[in-house]
Write a protein that binds this ligand. Sequence first.
Ligand SMILES: NC(=O)c1ccc[n+]([C@@H]2O[C@H](COP(=O)([O-])OP(=O)(O)OC[C@H]3O[C@@H](n4cnc5c(N)ncnc54)[C@H](OP(=O)(O)O)[C@@H]3O)[C@@H](O)[C@H]2O)c1
Length: 221
Amino acid sequence: MRARAIVIGGTGLVGSQLLDQLQEDTRFEKVVSLVRRKSGREHPKLDEHVIDFRSKDSWSPLIEGSQGDVLFSTLGTTLRLAGSQAAQYEVDYTFQYRIAEQAAAAGVKRYVLVSSSGANWNSSLFYTRMKGELERDVEKLPFSRIRILRPGLLAGERAKRRPLEGVGQVVVSALKFLPGVRQYRPVPAKTVARAMIRAWSEDGADLEIYGPEQVFELGER
Ligand SMILES: NC(=O)c1ccc[n+]([C@@H]2O[C@H](COP(=O)([O-])OP(=O)(O)OC[C@H]3O[C@@H](n4cnc5c(N)ncnc54)[C@H](OP(=O)(O)O)[C@@H]3O)[C@@H](O)[C@H]2O)c1
């Protein structure tokens, strides 16, 4: 039986690579992409819905699943774009958690989340704490397989440039040959997307968490 995928974040850097790959992957018969704005993307397998992430009524009827189905979650924003920590938390935590909760309740069995290196619910840093809180809470949902990817800095061409990210990529790229910091080299969004699909198909424990180096390994295998 072929699988159906539900994707949130499909207009983003990782999400758009993920949709490209899912569209070409014959193991998937249908790809449901939930977005806040039309993407302009068209494909026979793609079923895109513009939703209001704040309003459960706008998206819960679109989330259904059975044995082979999977939710891929790669939503996120930055503090600068969101304007405040509360607004960033709403996107990175609340929207992602509520959709995962609904998917598990609706019978979607597998879940793949892009989190971040350093995610830790006990962290004193807002960003890594937020990512850790999401991981902690989705791990309790009744999916049969949960796969969490913790990439380091992402590399890839964005529609809108993010100056600090660009500086980070240059610095981190320059450090990549030093022992101990190699794992922090930027990871191409395409590699993360490939790793997400590989993680979906991997057997193993109910819960697997892939650190930055494992994301590279999985995405380049
Ligand atoms: N940037 C990094 O170096 C880095 C490193 C490690 C982990 N991560 C994490 O990896 C994940 C994917 O990152 P990315 O760079 O691919 O993300 P991205 O390009 O910023 O895309 C994020 C997605 O979230 C959507 N989104 C943002 N704000 C929204 C809102 N208010 N309501 C609804 N949708 C909203 C975007 O929709 P629109 O296209 O409509 O804006 C887009 O589809 C994120 O969780 C990020 O935190 C990032």
